[in-house]
Structure formats: C-alpha cells, structure tokens
Ligand binder design. Structure first.
Ligand SMILES: NC(=O)c1ccc[n+]([C@@H]2O[C@H](COP(=O)([O-])OP(=O)(O)OC[C@H]3O[C@@H](n4cnc5c(N)ncnc54)[C@H](O)[C@@H]3O)[C@@H](O)[C@H]2O)c1
Length: 461
C-alpha cells in the first residue's frame, strides 16, 4: 500500500561516496519518488541509518535527515528491491584491475558484472538501468548483453548518467550541477528511457543544464573530464619544478595565465600532487582503452599525466631530505593532513600515503594528524602501524618534531598559532607546505625554514 504514495521507485546499488549523496539529493528534491539504496556492506547500510554516516561530506547529514524514512531508505535486501524498482542506478566501485590481463590499467568490472547478473535474476518487469559508476567506454554494450540474455520477455534499457560531483563539495555539486549528462541508445526505447532520467533531474536542475548524448559519448566524457582535470594539475605541477629552479613564483605564473579566459583560473594550484579514487584510475582506464585500439601515442600522452604526479610526490620527499641535511633517519616529522583533499575523510590514492611510506623508508618517525581521515589513514598504513603515530590535535602532533609537512589544504591549518608550534619544535625547524596555503613570509619571520611548492625557499641556514 505504501508504494502507491510514490510515482517512481528508484533503486541505487552501491551506498558509497557517489550512491549515498546522489540518492540523498534526489530523495530530498523529489518527495514523490521512493528512493532506496542497497549495498552488500551491511555495516555501511547500518551507518547510513544513524547520524554517524559512513562518509564525511559537508551538508550531507542535513540532506539525508530531510528524506530518510520519508522517501529515502537504506537496505541490504538487494534482490527484493530490484524486483520492486522501475529505475536502477548502479554506483558500485570500479577500481583498477590488479590481476591478469590489463592489470594495473584496465577497470576491474567484477562488481559491475555481478550486479548485472543480480539484476537479471531478480527482475520480473522491464527496468531502466543507469550507469552511475565511471566505466570504460562501451561497457553499456556488455551490460546490455548480460541483462537482455533472458527468455522471460523482460526488457532492460541501459542508460549512462556519469557523476561529476567532487568530494568535499558533493552536495553543492549535486544541487547546482554545471551539467547533468545522460546518454542512451538512439532508438525509440533508448530515447524514452533517457527522457525518464531527464525528468528526474528536471525536478531541480534547469533544463538547459541537462544534456543528452549517445551512450558512448556519455561514457567517454566522464573519463575525459577527469583526465583533463588531472592534466591541468600535472601541467601546473610540472611548471612548479621549473619555478623552483628559476626563482619564478608558481602562484604568480598561475594567476597570470589563469587570467587568460581561454585558459581559466581553476585547477591551477600547484601542490604535492593529486589523489582521490578517480583521477589515476580513470586515466589508466583511458590509457588502456587507447592502447587496446592501437592508439599508442594517445595512450602515452595521457600516461604522462600520472607520471608527472608521481614525480611531484617523490620530488616533495626528496626536497625534505635535501633540506634537512640529507638525512631524516630518527627525525620526527609531523604531517598535517592525510585526506586527498580538504573537507573529506577519503584517503584513496592520497599523496600522503606515498609521502608517509617514503619518509618511513628513510627511517623518519612520522606523526599524522587530520580532522577527518585518521581512521582511513590507519587502514592505509596497517602494515607499518608500528612506525607511525596518529594524533588528532595538530599542536600535539607537532611537539618535538624537526619538520612539518602540509599535505591537505584543510582550512584549520591556515589559522594555527605557528609561533606556539615553532616554540615546541626542535631547531632548526622546517616547514614543507605541499599545498601552498600558509603565509610563508610570516613563518620565516617566526624562524621556520620554509619550503613551498614552486616558490623560492626561505632558509635561515
Ligand atoms: N568518489 C567520487 O568522487 C566519484 C565521483 C564520480 C564518479 N565516481 C565513480 O562512482 C563509482 C563509485 O565510486 P564511490 O567512490 O562511490 O565508491 P565506493 O567504494 O565509495 O562505493 C561503492 C559501493 O558499492 C558497493 N558494492 C560493490 N559491489 C556491490 C554489489 N554487487 N552489490 C551492492 N553493492 C555493491 C560497495 O560495498 C561500496 O559501498 C566508481 O565507478 C567511481 O569511479 C566516484
């Protein structure tokens, strides 16, 4: 009976960083739809039903609370919810494959395929399946072949609707997206399914921001968007190395080029490197696809974006070692920030992982502080837990250290009392600002030896 209250039954498979926030916003904006999120991870589903959500994302709890229990539901009952759904969004993880053919590059589609088979098994009526996960171009055709391999007369239409949200600003990105992209087959049933998805977003997104395309363009656009964003970071980071050699200042260069409207000012902050679960994985995926079509030059071009990122992370550690008299063995170093970016607890592919491991290899004693990411940091470093310490309070983390490394651009690190921190450090005290967020002149005045990215170092030694 309860079902009749709702005009559509929407299901999302995968309650992670994408599935959770995306569906919470759809439910909050569309009280006339029933939105259910399912996951194989029972603990995650339990947490989604509490105020201690499984992910940290500003504004998320408020949105979840608006809709939870009204038209937003969380469940581990995957098959029954598939049976009841009209539209199924799939936002399971699609990590880089780490075994067999394509290992280290291609997407591991095992979770995706398992989901397709579960959908097929549990469906008794026609459904629209929406690819929300980021997938290699042409995955929809494999999905179609699996789900339409039935003789029960049930028809599945596969639509691509990649997600462009950024962690840390996910709610804003979902409420006011630059664009929503929906791709389908250019058949009558494909266009009809596409329109159904357009209708969902049209509840709050201006129509001109909802763009439609053929399904392959939609799948490929997501990979290309991430590749272009990461490429900008690697481009500015490559120039930061040149700045450090020439006394040019990367912030001044970025500002000057960013004023050119053809270039634009976003994504031009030099740093220790990009992280996150998507950029590296999606570029590797693009590289693998290009290689598999024999486009070697295209593959090499994009692979270099990742190589520059690795170079930048390694360069950061080399700079620390060189500045600290070529040895950091036995020295205590505090890392401020472990999340891959501010306003998230996500540490997947965070530069802090590489930096910590390299510092530990050099026998440094590493103390990690972060306002949200310490639980994930402990998991990432579980094989070296005896070599690192975790301390939520940055002042305590800095006690008795030789150096600080700023690895995440959390706002709280901009306004700490660095004089107090300096007073409690071993001298000479070093600060390596891997995000260029601090006032370097002021730190130098306090007494720090200051090493930013892409700017001349200021040293008292
Ligand atoms: N994280 C981002 O910022 C972001 C942004 C845009 C797109 N994406 C893409 O969205 C997809 C999901 O990313 P994420 O960050 O949300 O991943 P995630 O790991 O946070 O969430 C995926 C969830 O899917 C669940 N799952 C896996 N197999 C399942 C199955 N068979 N049945 C039910 N649940 C299953 C997992 O338990 C997990 O909770 C990926 O393809 C990613 O590339 C991510």
């Amino acid at each position: 009976m309860a079902e009749k209250k709702f005009s559509k039954n929407i299901l999302c498979i995968g309650a992670g960083y994408v599935g959770g926030p995306t569906m919470a916003v759809i439910a909050a904006k569309c009280p006339h739809y029933k939105v259910t999120i399912v996951d194989i991870n029972a603990e995650k589903i339990r947490q989604w039903q509490t105020d201690d959500l499984p992910i940290y994302e500003p504004g998320l709890l408020d949105i979840v609370k608006q809709a939870r229990g009204r038209n937003l539901f969380f469940s581990t009952e995957i098959e029954t919810n598939i049976t009841d759904a009209d539209i199924i969004f799939v936002s399971v993880n699609t990590p880089t494959k780490n075994f067999g053919e394509g290992a280290g590059k291609s997407a591991d589609l095992q979770y995706w395929e398992k989901t397709a088979r579960t959908i097929l098994k549990a469906s008794k009526s026609d459904k629209i399946i929406v690819e929300k996960s980021t997938l290699p171009v042409r995955t929809a055709s494999a999905m179609e072949r699996i789900v339409n391999s039935n003789d029960s007369g049930v028809h599945f239409e596969v639509v691509s609707n990649p997600e462009f949200l950024a962690e840390g600003t996910a709610i804003m990105d979902l409420e006011q997206p630059d664009r929503v992209l929906i791709g389908s087959r250019e058949t009558d049933s494909g266009r009809k399914a596409r329109q159904e998805i357009v209708d969902i977003y049209a509840n709050w997104v201006p129509r001109e921001r909802i763009i439609t395309s053929n399904i392959w363009s939609s799948e490929l656009s997501k990979l290309v968007a991430n590749a272009f964003l990461a490429q900008r970071i690697s481009s500015i980071n490559s120039i930061s190395a040149l700045c450090e050699k020439t006394e040019a200042d990367i912030s001044e260069v970025a500002y000057a080029i960013g004023m050119d409207s053809r270039i634009g000012s976003k994504f031009l902050n030099a740093s220790v490197g990009f992280g996150g679960s998507c950029f590296k994985k999606d570029i590797l995926n693009l590289v693998y696809i290009a290689e598999s079509y024999g486009l070697r030059e295209v593959a090499e071009y994009w692979e270099n974006v990742i190589k520059i990122n690795e170079y930048q992370e390694n360069r950061f550690v080399r700079k620390m070692i060189a500045a600290m008299f070529n040895t950091i063995a036995g020295k205590r170093i505090a890392l401020f920030g472990f999340a891959f970016k501010a306003d998230t607890g996500d540490t997947r592919e965070a530069p802090a992982i590489t930096v910590t491991r390299k510092l530990v290899e050099e026998h440094a004693q590493v103390v990690i502080t972060d306002p949200q990411a310490l639980p994930n940091a402990k998991k990432d470093l579980e094989d070296i837990l005896d070599r690192v310490e975790f301390e939520p309070d940055p002042y305590k983390a800095a006690l008795g250290t030789h150096a600080l490394g700023i690895l995440t651009e959390w706002d709280i690190y901009r306004t700490l009392d660095y004089r107090r921190i300096y007073d409690n450090m071993i001298k000479p005290a070093f600060i390596f600002d891997g995000r260029n967020i601090l006032d370097h002149d002021k730190l130098f005045e306090i007494g720090f030896n200051v090493y930013p990215i892409g700017k001349p170092a200021q040293s008292h030694i």
